[in-house]
Design a protein around this ligand. Structure first.
Ligand SMILES: [Zn+2]
Length: 342
């Protein structure tokens, strides 16, 4: 028996750190923050323990809490005071994200990334204005839509114009980075051209480049009030069965000038994160989504898992797969743990 090779030698306590291939830092994390224009008090999100929707007045305080843990970046999502078929509040100068961005960037050192999409702003909950055949339905009652050709949902090219306006309005409010999440064809070009035209050449774009039509988004829809009123998003988000298609989809965003390429969700799609890492030199982001967070919390509440340990291991696996930036609801808890503060 030849036992010249004994990998266990390097698993002894005093050498483990030296040979560790992956480490997590609070600076790797981006903490999602929900700002809600319909409330004047903080509202806990039931399906995401520890997370809240906060009113605009509390947005600075909320971000300061994040910064105290060592996390330096936040991703803002907005819940507008009203919705309509076109999602017009998404690009309003006094919109919820614009207002929160103005306050947070002037009063804190946080790096502010703003989600650019329409699903929280349209009354039908889709990520853009609907195709002509679906327009004209009564607001909030899209019964007829279910009978339509299921391929008919969002009007891609009309959405691009809206995304351009939203991105410019966020830049005017002072956002540090724009993150389009709607999976529209051509969205990065539309936003890049719009930003550059208005003099925001320095604002980077983090594209949700490979965003899958995933059931793991469930709890987020509670948080952001963005469930579609009919149908689903499978005609614009990617089919979970497809990996090669992700390369094609992501390459288009890279060619259009995306600065950071994101995969969403993270844990069920670590193969995609790894593929992107090998294929592209861009920074890769992965979004550890609400369902990935909620399931660990639910199991730990039952006493079935050690929450702190599985949260850390989840984020470590995402980094090991090749992600440089990790969007996660665990950002604050894991950051505090890493810096020995919890
Ligand atoms: Zn959307």
């Amino acid at each position: 028996m030849d036992l010249t090779h004994r990998p266990r030698r390097l698993r002894q306590d005093r050498v483990r750190g030296l040979v560790s291939e992956t480490s997590l830092e609070p600076a790797d994390f981006i903490a999602p923050v929900f700002v809600d224009a319909t409330t004047d008090e903080r509202r806990p999100i039931e399906t995401m323990p520890g997370h809240e929707r906060v009113p605009i007045d509390e947005s600075v305080a909320r971000v300061e809490e994040v910064l105290e843990t060592g996390v330096e970046a936040v991703m803002l999502f907005g819940i507008p005071e009203s919705k309509d078929p076109e999602g017009t509040r998404a690009w309003a100068d006094d919109g919820v994200v614009q207002e929160a961005t103005r306050r947070i960037t002037s009063e804190t050192d946080a790096y502010v990334i703003t989600d650019v999409c329409l699903c929280e702003y349209t009354d039908h909950g889709h990520c853009g204005p609907l195709e002509a055949e679906l327009r004209g339905e009564e607001a909030g009652a899209y019964d007829h839509a279910a009978d339509c050709d299921p391929a008919l949902t969002v009007d891609n090219d009309a959405t691009l114009e809206a995304l351009d306006r939203i991105a410019v309005s966020h830049a005017e409010a002072g956002t540090d980075m724009i993150a389009p999440s709607g999976m529209m064809d051509g969205m990065v070009t539309a936003i890049r051209e719009g930003l550059d035209h208005e003099g925001y050449e320095r604002v980077p774009i983090m594209s949700y480049a490979a965003k899958y039509e995933s059931a793991f988004y469930g709890p987020f829809r509670d948080a952001a009030d963005g469930a579609p009123a009919f149908g689903n998003r499978r005609h614009y988000q990617m089919d979970p069965a497809n990996a090669r298609e992700a390369m094609r989809e992501v390459r288009l965003d890279a060619e259009q000038g995306a600065d950071v390429l994101m995969v969403k969700p993270a844990l069920p799609y670590l193969d995609i994160v790894g593929d992107l890492r090998r294929e592209f030199d861009h920074p890769i982001a992965a979004y550890n989504v609400s369902g990935e967070y909620a399931m660990l919390h639910a199991a730990s509440e039952k006493g079935w898992l050690d929450l702190e340990a599985v949260a850390h291991e989840s984020l470590l696996s995402i980094k090991r797969a090749g992600a440089d930036l990790i969007l996660t609801y665990f950002a604050e808890d894991v950051a505090e743990h890493l810096s020995g503060r919890s």
